[in-house]
Design a protein around this ligand. Structure first.
Ligand code: ADP
Ligand code: MG
Length: 235
């Protein structure tokens, strides 16, 4: 394989000249403005920028939760705009895991049951799902909390459940929106240790944060300003 072909095969997600315009009460808000980025296998990216710079819009687009007004998004070789709903949810399930600032756990379910939630959308149903969820709970340090409900856990423990849930379909990329935004400094460090370990094991991570010390744990920092890339640096 040529160096060029190998580099292309390494791209897990690619945003090409993307613009996102929100129409709001008769006037347009240009949240993303002709933005292009490639994310490579094994990347650990922090997306930074002041409030309103387009971070969440970009993450929603990467997560196929929203569509661009113009431009192209290619995920795992698929042009997302060309996929019907069923193909899109299959590609999303295979390529993406999500972690949110507010954990988004289901209060009535145990740790293991919460981790299993994305499996319910997979067809055919994967055998050995229960063991997989227990293994992931153990991986994130919750082996002693398998039957606990979210209200019986600390914030850091709840975020660990959310990370295990994001891993359950073995996605290529984890998308995280302010994953430490609700956590104290020591707990934030533990969660970043966990994300760094997952990245060391080969997982691609794209995380939004506005905290410089959290971004410092990433290997690549992209700063947005007015829906454009202000800087893109590997560290
Ligand atoms: P950030 O996450 O960096 O704070 P956002 O991506 O949320 O920025 O927002 C970028 C811009 O788009 C802001 O000006 C914001 O007000 C606007 N915006 C975001 N979502 C919407 C929406 N659903 N409708 C209208 N405007 C929006
Ligand atoms: Mg935001």
């Amino acid at each position: 394989m040529s160096d060029q072909r190998r580099a292309a095969a390494d791209v897990v997600a690619s945003v090409r000249n993307v613009t996102k315009i929100y129409r709001l009460g008769g006037h347009d808000v240009r949240a993303l403005d002709g933005l292009s980025i490639e994310f490579r296998r094994g990347d650990f990216v922090a997306i930074m920028g002041s409030s309103g710079s387009g971070k969440s819009t970009l993450l929603n687009l990467l997560g196929c939760l929203d569509r661009p007004t113009a431009g192209q998004y290619v995920l795992g070789g698929y042009d997302v705009a060309q996929l019907d709903d069923e193909s899109l949810s299959r590609v999303r399930g295979r390529y993406l895991g999500f972690v949110f600032q507010s954990y988004n756990l289901i209060q009535q379910l145990s740790v293991v049951e919460n981790i299993a939630v994305p499996l319910a959308y997979q067809r055919p149903v994967r055998p050995g799902g229960q063991e997989l969820c227990v293994r992931l709970a153990t991986l994130v340090g919750l082996a002693g909390r398998l039957d606990h409900r979210p209200t019986q856990l600390s914030g850091g423990q709840q975020q660990r459940v959310a990370i295990a849930r994001a891993l359950v379909n073995n996605p290529h990329v984890i998308l995280a929106d302010e994953p430490t935004g609700n956590l104290d400094t020591a707990t934030s460090r533990e969660i970043m240790d966990l994300l760094a370990a997952l990245n060391e094991a080969g997982r691609t991570i794209v995380m939004v944060t506005h905290e410089p010390d959290i971004a410092a744990r990433a290997k690549r920092v992209i700063s947005l300003r007015d829906g454009k890339i202000a800087s893109d640096e590997r560290q």
